[in-house]
Design a protein around this ligand. Structure first.
Ligand code: MOS
Length: 712
């Protein structure tokens, strides 16, 4: 009924009026406030912590350090869910004197106001014994291969098909270059925050999260209580981009502090604290070597990457997945290594791995196209993979060729001069570039419950999240369609561990996973109501009458069919970008960007477009602005706030357009969806960089593109 319609957000008014409540805005009675004292060294131990000045400060209720904090069980999740690093153990915050990274909390102050807590946190005096061997220089530490645990999860891939190195030696044309991308910060609008309240042995957390049940599970393991004793509530999330897939040390600290003072405690991260309080997209070096024959088909594809992780957790980005997925080539090798640094642990961020791998790969493809004097789209079409080139599995739908074709037409690509620096308008050098986008289209188990209440309205419930894509709205559409009732007669509830179980709201899986569960639960409720109508002789459309005997609920646990993995599930896209680079100033303006996507069936074209545009902005940021300036001596980022960690602003973004094509195929869920989300950032940064090359003739391989690289 409403599937496929551009419905406006059902929660739009709540958000626009400020009525939507985010984690930090919950204020249980008696709420007090916490603030962190961060470590000022990257590696070593604390030797002395003087809390007396902080304790004497006005309004202070408690100061927690490793010296007065009870030892907690801190059991590790087993098995580690995919959102965690592949091995290691999380920071056991305030459990001992060790300092593992700059910014690690070494004390927590609780006070009666936020300001008093922050002021007192600065009065905690900490003495340190720095480690004699600090590991904070990415370029000088030796990369080491990832563990077997990484390989088992398909990350940190070491793979080999054929003999690509021999092929590279004999190929007609070879491009073989290095690319670097810096650490990126998620920079969500809403900072991470936890409000913690204990009631006896029961803990309630209002917590910024993409997966409330995971927060409950981890806190249960941390405190040695049952998962059922932890309730996590999170109805609204102001962006997360992967940074709220797992709880971070501040979650534990808030709960610890609340238990210590016997009152609810709020702990909200400042923008500066977020640089070390949560994860980040890891810095990486890539080598991409492509060999092509005289027919312009790939004869060798090598992609090696080295990325950063912490000393205590091994985070392996799936950055080599694009190399294994995008193009047909019989001889292929991927290799991954990690540099373990005294720093906080990275985490998934915006198409984790895929976005960074595609940046290197798709610039390399552009370099190959120029070496071959071949149109970049033509080169990609020639190397189209008609099945997954690594696993050999058939695609569960692949509209990539249609994406290229539609993009060429809609962008006006035809007639583009191949030679760089060939279009100029006054001071501006004009150029265009393109790239392929690929991302995964997984589906997870999920449970949804649909209830017809005595008021004649249907409420559908599932413990998923809406961090911005519009889950509230799209699920309401799915429910309304499956029930055959108007949109206004249905509402959807999420973000509470009291609701039926869901897995992470991440990896572009929500529509396929939760959508399927909602579709099936509402389908079952419809059938139950039809049976009821028949038995009672009531009108099937008289919902209030049907509920006269009491509420009716249908609950369905939905999961992919057993043969789901017989096919290779991916979304695809083609991204086209035009830039104008000031010839004298070296400033780059994105004039326009177009993404054409196969994301399966589009439930809501308005929301899908918004997601893709948001992804494009993220990709433009990755190409032109974003990057942590790292101080290897101190082991800290120098750009932690939005004043010095640059993100795109409206003035830097031109005209953005997103189009969708039908990729066909059986995508393995009843709605025919593949998920949009992360796909939107994929390929964008490379398309921007390729357009910058086309405009200027300067091939940038060190990101983000900087003015000094373009002004010669
Ligand atoms: Mo996505 S990086 O799983 O939020």
């Amino acid at each position: 009924m409403t599937l496929g319609e551009p419905v406006t957000r059902v929660d739009g008014l709540l958000k626009a009026t400020g009525a939507a409540r985010y984690a930090a805005e919950f204020a249980p009675a008696g709420l007090v406030y916490a603030a962190i004292t961060p470590s000022r060294i990257a590696s070593g131990r604390t030797t002395e912590i003087d809390t007396a000045p902080a304790l004497a400060s006005p309004g202070v209720l408690a100061v927690l350090t490793h010296l007065n904090t009870p030892r907690l069980p801190f059991a590790e999740p087993d098995p580690l869910p995919a959102v965690y690093p592949v091995s290691g153990r999380r920071l056991r915050v305030l459990q001992d004197d060790r300092v593992l990274f700059f910014g690690q909390p070494v004390a927590v102050v609780v006070a009666d106001t936020q300001g008093r807590a922050e002021a007192a946190a600065q009065l905690v005096e900490v003495q340190y014994a720095p480690s004699s061997r600090q590991r904070t220089d990415f370029d000088s530490e030796e990369p080491r291969p990832p563990s077997a645990a990484a390989a088992a999860k398909g990350r940190g891939q070491q793979t080999r098909q054929g003999d690509p190195d021999a092929q590279l030696r004999s190929a007609d044309t070879v491009v073989d270059n290095g690319y670097t991308q810096p650490r990126n910060l998620h920079s969500a609008m809403e900072p991470h925050a936890t409000v913690a309240a204990w009631d006896g042995d029961h803990l309630t957390l209002w917590e910024k999260s993409q997966w409330v049940q995971n927060v409950a599970a981890e806190m249960a393991l941390t405190f040695g209580i049952a998962q059922e004793q932890v309730r996590v509530v999170n109805p609204f999330v102001g962006g997360a981009f992967g940074a709220a897939l797992r709880p971070w040390p501040h979650t534990t600290l808030a709960a610890l502090a609340a238990r210590q003072v016997g009152r609810p405690v709020r702990l909200e991260m400042s923008r500066r604290e977020l640089a070390t309080a949560i994860g980040y997209r890891p810095r990486a070096r890539h080598r991409v070597a492509l060999g092509a024959g005289s027919d312009r088909r790939l004869v060798a594809h090598v992609h090696e990457a080295v990325s950063e992780t912490s000393t205590f957790e091994e985070f392996a980005d799936p950055t080599l997945s694009p190399a294994q997925t995008t193009y047909a080539c019989a001889d292929r090798r991927t290799g991954y290594a990690l540099v373990r640094l005294d720093t906080n642990t990275p985490c998934p961020m915006r198409a984790p791995g895929w976005a960074s791998g595609l940046l290197a790969q798709e610039v390399a493809m552009d370099e190959l196209a120029w070496s071959l004097r071949t149109d970049p789209v033509e080169l990609r079409l020639r190397n189209y993979a008609d099945r997954n080139p690594t696993t050999g599995k058939p695609w569960a739908g692949n509209g990539l060729r249609a994406c290229y074709a539609r993009g060429v037409e809609a962008f006006g690509w035809a007639g583009r001069p191949q030679r760089p620096r060939s279009r100029r308008s006054g001071d501006l050098l004009l150029g265009s570039g393109m790239a392929t986008a690929v991302y995964t289209a997984a589906r997870y188990p999920a449970t949804a419950a649909a209830t017809l209440g005595v008021d004649g309205r249907v409420v559908v419930r599932c413990a998923t999240t809406d961090m911005g894509p519009g889950t509230y709205t799209s699920m309401t559409q799915v429910a309304s369609s499956a029930l055959g009732i108007p949109l206004g007669a249905v509402s959807f509830e999420l973000g509470d561990t009291a609701l039926p179980a869901a897995m992470e709201h991440g990896g572009s899986t929500t529509m396929a996973s939760i959508g399927s569960a909602v579709h099936e639960a509402c389908g079952r409720l419809r059938r139950d109501l039809d049976d009821l109508a028949e038995r009672t002789g009531r009108d099937r459309d008289d919902l209030r009458g049907l509920a006269a005997g009491g509420a009716v609920t249908a609950t369905v646990a939905s999961e992919p069919a057993e043969d789901f993995d017989d096919a290779s599930h991916h979304t695809f896209g083609a991204v086209f970008v035009e830039v104008a680079v000031d010839a004298d100033l070296g400033t780059t303006q994105v004039v326009r960007a177009l993404g054409v996507y196969d994301a399966g069936r589009i439930v809501n074209p308005r929301l899908a477009r918004q997601q893709c545009l948001g992804g494009m902005v993220g990709g433009i940021g990755m190409a032109l602005y974003e990057g942590v300036a790292w101080d290897a001596r101190l082991g800290r980022g120098m750009s932690a706030t939005l004043a010095d960690y640059h993100v795109p602003v409206n003035a830097g973004i031109g005209e953005l357009q997103a189009l969708f094509v039908d990729g066909g195929g059986d995508v393995g869920n009843p709605l025919g969806v593949k998920g949009v989300a992360e796909l939107g950032i994929c390929g964008v940064a490379a398309a921007v960089a390729n357009a910058v090359w086309h405009a200027t003739g300067v091939r940038v391989r060190e990101f983000p593109v900087r003015i000094d690289q373009l002004v010669r």
